[in-house]
Write a protein that binds this ligand. Structure first.
Ligand code: SF4
Length: 65
């Protein structure tokens, strides 16, 4: 499993993470990222890594467990 964290205050609502990994990220009505799960299975790690790389403001962090 890989732990996922977001810094909501950094998020500017580009939505790149939602496109890359809809299993883990969504946007709220205010356009801020919502973390849908705090840990992702190995099968979803590539998508979440793509989300991290696609975030223009580096608001997403991953930590291996
Ligand atoms: S890609 Fe980054 S800035 Fe865009 S919604 Fe996701 S966390 Fe927010």
């Amino acid at each position: 499993m890989t732990r996922v964290a977001v810094e909501v205050q950094r998020c500017e609502g580009y939505g790149n993470c939602v496109v890359a990994a809809p299993i883990a990220f969504d946007l709220d009505d205010g356009g801020k990222v919502v973390l849908l799960r705090a840990a992702v299975a190995d099968a979803d790690q590539a998508a979440v890594t793509a989300a991290l790389r696609s975030c223009p403001v580096a608001a997403i962090r991953l930590e291996d467990e």
